[in-house]
Write a protein that binds this ligand. Sequence first.
Ligand code: PBG
Length: 325
Amino acid sequence: MPFPQQRPRRLRRTPALRGLIREVDLSPRHLIAPLFVKEGIAEPLPIPSMPGHAQHTLESLRKEAREIASKGVLAFVLFGVPGRKDAEGSEAWNPAGIAQKGLQALREELGDEAVLVADLCLDEYTDHGHCGVVGPDGAVDNDRTVELYERIAVVQSHAGADLVAPSGMMDGQVAAIRRALDDAGRTSTGILAYAAKFASSFYGPFRYAAECAPKFGDRAGYQMDPANAGEALREIRTDIEEGADLVMVKPALPYLDVIRLAKQETGFPLAAYNVSGEYAMVKAAAGNGWIDGPRATLEVLTSIRRAGADLILTYHAKEAADWLQ
Ligand code: PBG
């Protein structure tokens, strides 16, 4: 058809016209910045596979968070790297443990201006690197692990977390944590559930950063098979029924269909985790001059919003906030 009536290019002619019909927007308020705090170091240690990120000291953690907040990103998810690990990961529920100290430091630094999310898991704290207690058969014991998660949730709540974010994919973890928080009188602390977390190769750089690669086996016995979208939706529905306040899909880019399905089918507040390997890919390609880093980053983040995510946990948060100004 040489002269179609519809000429979509009319509305693409100028930035103003394009802005007028843009369907989704991306702004710093949609982003949650992950941060790592490590016990027993005097200086921040850069993470080679995640340029721009470091394992922080308590002091550098405050400084970094303050800088990120000044750009309009007001939510943080904190990961602790303890100085001492054991079979049960007991530093995770030590009220004086590094993650708790980090939460307190961030709260002191930023006050109620910031939303603090505490990653709730055991893999950074166990000497074997699994997300829970390993039974005699070598598998992670679901129910013993969930009991430990309950303790961690209460401690993190007292340390200042607005939201605890269970990421271990144990069955029944959300219901148990909700009950434990309520029993402790912590009814205002919410749960951001890593509801559909896939057994992904894209966690590689994170496992270095959080020092949590499993010493034996893998996480396929508790994290999800990348082939399963229907099961992801069931996991998400279960977490909502168990009392999650927000649900998450993780990783983001290889699972945009799952994000779309979750939003469409549940309408629930939805986060997506643009994980370490997704970040490393963009950084590596941009560093080699193979793609335009800022453009690729904003395109990735926009695609995650377009798929249906309300919020994005992303290591790009600080730089993206700059590029969005
Ligand atoms: C588990 C946890 C992991 C990530 C967040 N929480 C690692 C894993 O499941 O092995 C990965 C995040 C990322 O890759 O950015 N505590």
